[in-house]
Design a protein. Structure first.
Length: 104
């Protein structure tokens, strides 16, 4: 998970990651999200909103370990993030897909 955390931090600095559930939802609806990451401790309501939007737009959604997005973004309280298409996103998804299947 340390490698994912580093890549997420890099994506954040490169402007390829949008942190926050509301902002991620906006990116999904705008068609800019290539993938969505959700903290396992996010509320069921937040997970449902993002899961429904991801399913409708055919965007993969992955549940991440608690606190990973906080650490990667350098901000507390981040329960979700969206990734834009690109090399960093591809690397992150490759690592995630080696260990789990997408929810949508």
């Amino acid at each position: 998970m340390a490698r994912i955390e580093g890549l997420l931090g890099l994506a954040m600095r490169a402007g390829q990651l949008t942190a926050g559930a509301d902002l991620a939802l906006r990116e999904i609806k705008a068609g800019k999200a290539a993938a969505v990451l959700v903290d396992e401790e996010a509320s069921e309501n937040t997970k449902k909103k993002l899961r429904d939007a991801c399913a409708f737009r055919r965007v993969p959604m992955h549940i991440m370990e608690a606190g990973l997005l906080d650490r990667a973004c350098g901000r507390e309280g981040r329960m979700a993030a969206s990734l834009k298409k690109g090399g960093i996103c591809d690397q992150i998804l490759q690592i995630i897909n080696q260990t789990e299947e997408p929810l949508t």
